[in-house]
Write a new protein. Structure first.
Length: 106
């Protein structure tokens, strides 16, 4: 197995593991009734990541808009509900990435 194939396999396995963990977290959140919205955002983002890796679409504009838009909304939601500064940073970075993508500032 060459280096590129090994890296691709490792990336796919990591994205899959993150999706499974976030889906398990959603199941626990639904069962306990706490943090369901945050868990839904995690499933959305990790599912989008897994789909992007599997379809080799991470470099596409639509994928980036969907992903960073999700990060912006998730960070904004978390900041609005908890006031955590890290969440505010996520929201700001998500918005910056969406605007940069829309303006094609690469």
């Amino acid at each position: 197995m060459d280096r590129d194939r090994a890296l691709e396999l490792t990336t796919t396995l990591l994205a899959g593991l993150l999706f499974v963990l976030s889906a398990a977290g959603l199941a626990v959140s639904v069962r306990t009734g706490e943090g369901v919205v945050s868990s839904l955002f995690a499933v959305y983002l990790t599912g989008l990541l897994l789909g992007g890796v599997l379809r080799d679409a991470i470099d596409t504009r639509n994928w980036q808009l969907a992903f960073f838009g999700g990060v912006a909304v998730w960070g904004g939601y978390e900041y609005a509900t908890s006031g955590d500064l890290f969440s505010l940073l996520l929201a700001v970075l998500g918005v910056v990435m969406v605007v940069a993508n829309l303006l094609d500032l690469r």
